[in-house]
Structure formats: structure tokens, C-alpha cells
Design a protein around this ligand. Structure first.
Ligand SMILES: Cc1ncc(COP(=O)(O)O)c(C=O)c1O
Length: 355
């Protein structure tokens, strides 16, 4: 059935897959809801925004996305409270960031009205896929790809913006073992590290797979020039707790400006926990670990919220981190989940209700 909101054409799916889904046993990112949002950029403007049944699509083999990786994406979540109300968490941050990413890849900015109308119309249609309960969410994947059929090595003139949705439980729930990068780099000065450019992730797969062979789930990247400074993990910003003080690396053109990271910096300030935002050397963290001052290391990001690190290795030296009683990581995770699921006051106005 086709209908239109103010500007979006909606074609609903005739059938739903939802009854065949085991929501207690979800494999992250493999299963998608019944609908998707699509909007094309042509003749210098975004046009024809629509919601359609989730389906495969046809793209010309010469499209730039396949040859030059002109592709950016976002990762965000929708949450439901016990009354069935749906919320997004700081969605404007994701909207701004996808356009920042697009700008760096010479791609056109998306329209804010289409972004929010598309997202909200999609969430209303697929609302039954969002399960209440802390830890349940609907992972939202907005992305933009260059679709123009031409392989000259220059920016495309045609693009597609889409949003697909996948039901999720927070992943990386168990503590992770991480390897600190000594040879490979994720990003460089003047590069695209701050953007959620698809190629940034492809470039991490190989070094991460080498680390995985040695029993580490993730790599903590260091600066490309010296490998002396700790930056971020594959899909997470990283916090170090030395005694009762937190430290996290500053945002730069090499590091993604994570929404979870900036929220935790604010929460630390609210809770009276000192948080230094500054460059962190690998050596100072190793020294703190040797001297027993390194209490916690944790990654933070939309997917896992907070992911504790149980061990890290650098230059063949392995450091195991014992669990602490008064974990800051656990405190931030619970505080954030409570805000996201409408279980606590939202003093900073981070919740965005989908009505
Ligand atoms: C490279 C990288 N760093 C950090 C993050 C965490 O960002 P956010 O908290 O906005 O999810 C992500 C995930 O989006 C990421 O891909």
C-alpha cells in the first residue's frame, strides 16, 4: 500500500518477518526489519525520499562506490521504554557527523528534514521490532553511497542515502582483550580517521584479524607517526582509569568524535569524576599498570555502550586487568542505559522521543 507523509512516499510491506525472529538470540547485524528508507541525489538535489519494503537493489557495476569507496555511514540506536514509547539518543549528533563524513569524501550533505522524517516514519512502521528492556534496541544504519554509473576517478554526481534497521542486544558484552598497534595504523594526520568512511573499517580488518589469531578481539590504534600515543579502538573510543582519574584522547582529524565518548565526558563531570582529555602515551599506561594504578580500561560506542578491557598487550608484554569493585565503566553504562531507556531524568536533553 502506498501513501505519503509530508514529503515521503511510503510503500508498506505486505508481509512481516517479525514472527520468525528469535529476539532472545540475535546475531548482530544479520537480520533487518521489514522496511528501509531510500533517497536519491540527482541533478544537484536529494529527491524522491521513500520508505519501501526491505529488499535487495540493483546498482550499476560501474558505480563509484565499488571502485573508489565513496561511502559513509552512521550507527545509532532506537530504544523503547516499558510504556512502549520510542526514543533516539542525541540523533542530531549522528546527522551532523554523517554530513561531516560526506564532506570529507566530496559527497553532498543530506537534508536534515528528510533525515528526521525518514527515520521517524521508518521507526513508526517497524516499531514492533524495538523490544522494551534494558539492553534491547534497534540498531539504525544510515549510509550514503556513490551510485553514478561511471568509473572516472572523481566524485560522483549521483548518490543514494539509505537507512536500514537491525534488532540488537548490546554486543561485546564480555570483557575484551586488546592489542596495542605497533606497526599498522588506522588513520593519519590530514586523513579520514574522523569520518565514518567505509574504507576506514575495511583497512582495519586485516590487522585486526592478525590480532585475533593471537587471541585479541580488538586493536587499540596508536598515532601513525610514532605509535607512542593511544588513540581509539576499531569501533570505540577508549578511556583509561588511573587511580580515580579518567583519561581519554582528544578528538583530532584521526579520531572519530564519538557520541558515547562525549556523553561520558559530560557524565563524569556530572558525577564529580575527573576526566582529562589529553594525549596518552602507551608508556604511561604500561607504567600505571605495572605500578598497580591502572584500574580500568574500557571502550565506548553506540553498539556496546561500554566494553571493559580485561587485558592488553604491547611489545610482547601482556597486562591483565583485574575487575574492580567500583567500576566506572559499569557506572557509565548503567547511567547511559537508564537515560536511553527513559528510566532516569534526562538533564541534558539527550533523549529524542519518536512520536
Ligand atoms: C572508529 C570509531 N570510534 C568510535 C566510535 C564510537 O562512536 P559512537 O559513540 O558515536 O558510536 C565508533 C562507532 O561509531 C567508531 O566507528
Amino acid at each position: 500500500m502506498a501513501s505519503t507523509t509530508d514529503s515521503i512516499t511510503v510503500e508498506t510491506s505486505k508481509t512481516s518477518k517479525i514472527n520468525s525472529v528469535d529476539f532472545s538470540n540475535l546475531d548482530f547485524g544479520r537480520l533487518f526489519t521489514d522496511h528501509m528508507f531510500v533517497c536519491d541525489y540527482k541533478d544537484g538535489k536529494w529527491q524522491n525520499p521513500k520508505i519501501t519494503p526491505y529488499q535487495a537493489m540493483t546498482i550499476d557495476p560501474s558505480a563509484r562506490v565499488f571502485h573508489y569507496g565513496q561511502a559513509v555511514f552512521e550507527g545509532m540506536k532506537a530504544y523503547k521504554d516499558e510504556d512502549g514509547k520510542t526514543f533516539l539518543f542525541r540523533p542530531k549528533q549522528n546527522f551532523d557527523r554523517i554530513n561531516k563524513s560526506s564532506e570529507r569524501l566530496a559527497m553532498p550533505a543530506f537534508r536534515e528534514d528528510y533525515f528526521f522524517e525518514g527515520l521517524e516514519a521508518l521507526l513508526k512502521l517497524d516499531k514492533d521490532w524495538i523490544k522494551p528492556g534494558v539492553g534491547n534496541s534497534l540498531y539504525l544504519r544510515p549510509f550514503v553511497i556513490a551510485t553514478e554509473p561511471a568509473i572516472s576517478a572523481s566524485p560522483a554526481e549521483e548518490y543514494r542515502f539509505m537507512i536500514i534497521c537491525s534488532p540488537a542486544k548490546s554486543y561485546y558484552n564480555s570483557p575484551v582483550r586488546v592489542l596495542i598497534a605497533e606497526q599498522y595504523s588506522r588513520s593519519a594526520d590530514g586523513g579520514v580517521g574522523f569520518a565514518k568512511a567505509a574504507g576506514n573499517y575495511a583497512a582495519q580488518f586485516y590487522p585486526t584479524s592478525l590480532a585475533q589469531k593471537d587471541g585479541f578481539q580488538q586493536v587499540i590504534w596508536t598515532d601513525a607517526n610514532t605509535h607512542k600515543y593511544l588513540e581509539e579502538a576499531g569501533t570505540m573510543n577508549v578511556f583509561f582509569r588511573v587511580n580515580d582519574k579518567l583519561i581519554t584522547a582528544p578528538i583530532s582529524d584521526r579520531i572519530l568524535d564519538g557520541v558515547t565518548r562525549k556523553s561520558i565526558i559530560q557524565l563524569a563531570s556530572d558525577l564529580g569524576i575527573t576526566c582529562e582529555v589529553r594525549q596518552i602515551t602507551v608508556e604511561e599506561i604500561k607504567t600505571a599498570a605495572r605500578e598497580g594504578h591502572l584500574k580500568e580500561v574500557f571502550g565506548v560506542g553506540t553498539a556496546a555502550v561500554v566494553s571493559p578491557v580485561s587485558a592488553f598487550q604491547h611489545a610482547d608484554e601482556l597486562f591483565e586487568l583485574a575487575e574492580v569493585e567500583d567500576s566506572y565503566g559499569k557506572l557509565f553504562k548503567q547511567t547511559l542505559l537508564n537515560i536511553q531507556h527513559n528510566l532516569s531524568e534526562d538533564v541534558h536533553g539527550w533523549r529524542h522521543e519518536v512520536k
